[in-house]
Design a protein around this ligand. Sequence first.
Ligand code: FAD
Ligand code: DLZ
Ligand code: SF4
Length: 519
Amino acid sequence: MTGPVLIPVLGDQLSHALASLAQSRQADSVVLMMEVAEEATFIRHHKAKIVLILSAMRHFAEELRAAGWNVDYVTLDDPANTQSFFGEVKRAAERHRPDVVRMVEPSEWRVLNDCETWSARLKLPVELIEDDRFLCTRAEFAHWTKGRREWRMEFFYREMRRKTGLLMEGEHPECGKWNYDAENRSGPPKGLTAPAPLRFPPDATTLAVIGLAESRFKDHFGSLDAFGWPITAAEAERAVADFLAHRLPTFGQWQDAMVAGEDFLFHAVLSPAINLGLIDPLDLCRRVEAEYRRGRVPLAAAEGFIRQIIGWREYVRGVYWQTMPDLAAANALNAKRPLPAFYWTGETDMACLADCVRTTRDNAYAHHIQRLMVLGNFALLTGVRPQDVADWFLVVYADAFDWVELPNVAGMALYADGGRLASKPYAASGAYIDRMSNYCGSCRYNVKHKTGPDACPFNALYWHFLARNADTLKGNRRLANPYATWKRMDADKRSEYLRSAEDFLETLEPARPGWARPA
Ligand code: FAD
Ligand code: DLZ
Ligand code: SF4
């Protein structure tokens, strides 16, 4: 061998145990890390997401150097930077004359497709290695789906419990039950507050990147004022310890609750660090299990959390690879409305939506039920184009990468995949939001009113959604009750609902083009 191995490490591959590093020797390798504007601007990510990724990359490069790796790091403001992954790999190939390029497969379909062209364009072998930071390989997931009409997460999850041995007693689930959902998910009592998650004041490196983002990406959505994400594995470790000690014990119980101004409640707030590779998800689950076995957290909390990671997280990744590229274009309900402007501005009288957009802007974070049952539910009920919604979700959250964002948006929130991921649309009226939050008390709309200008818009929109999509949805067994209620309603009442919803839809201002993707 004459030249080195060139090892590109991408912004969400920041793990010391990364397969491409594990399979290479420091003495004959060059690690390549690239800050490229193309990744920040093909879609105009939240400023905090850009800062998180670039600062985490800079810290990780220093850690690799300290561990003995030869790291070639290209900064965003390097005048020679071509600002694309391929351009930078090509330049690095000219600098280092490698025999082979070895990298872990990118997490996103868009980037993997690009990488698959590199070998021919570089006239070099490019080894793409499976990302072993996930429990279930793409091939295993494909195998699991074979011959199954429905891909239900619950059954996939049980396979993952068996595979990992997490919360298992031999062949059986701990204490005889796979799922403790029934004990979770209460609405919030008055005055519910939670211990705030540990946040990390920006160090000099992060402050430099904040300066860069404020100047180069100043028009992007989002605020940097409250930036406090863990940037290194050591900080992420402290964030994990803080979660295990202070929020995990009540994680399940308030998992679906929403409280105005309580932006994190009892959630882990670890998804950005997990998705970047700063936390090993399986190790995290083992530690959650250990907390249960030591008697520090109830089984319902431990099981509820582990299900999110080895169940939902692995499952949506499997669905992504199994259904791309069709998933990106899916629109089973033929939704055509442009995204309303308030998703960007937060300017709406609907208190629930205003609070969810605010926390999204301030923190690049909203918890699951805010994403699903407020922001997603509103887009579903009003029939917003799935691609507009997916773009918004990809921009605004620090944890958003196509592989996890798209199945959650198109599959879980919008039913755009026609029910592959969810057995029925997660459509809900104002009563659900009222039960699970304290939003309605301070809203200018009245959640108890069904129609008219003061009625909660979710109420009429719910029936409008069902009526509009009856041809596609009325055969769904899980919607038999609402459709029976709709049928029983007298005709005047039905028209009142439909008129009320249409009056409201008329008031929705579309977002101007260019917020998400450059116009
Ligand atoms: P917790 O509520 O404390 O959950 C613990 C962990 O479980 C999370 O850190 C995450 O790793 C995992 N998890 C939980 N639910 C899911 C899920 N449905 N899919 C994948 N992982 C899950 N998650 C992302 O990581 N990136 C996204 O871009 C993303 N977009 C979403 C869009 C919509 C419309 C919806 C409904 C959900 C989305 N999720 C996404 C899933 C979930 O909302 C976030 O993972 C969670 O809110 C992150 O916050 P947390 O760490 O406090 O999570
Ligand atoms: C999201 C992002 C951004 C904004 N910038 C970079 C970058 O400059 N360099 C990099 O390696 N990764 C970045 N990322 C994350 C990538 O988009 C992500 O790793 C790939 O899309 C995964 O397929
Ligand atoms: Fe949201 Fe309706 Fe409640 Fe207002 S009344 S906060 S719009 S659910």
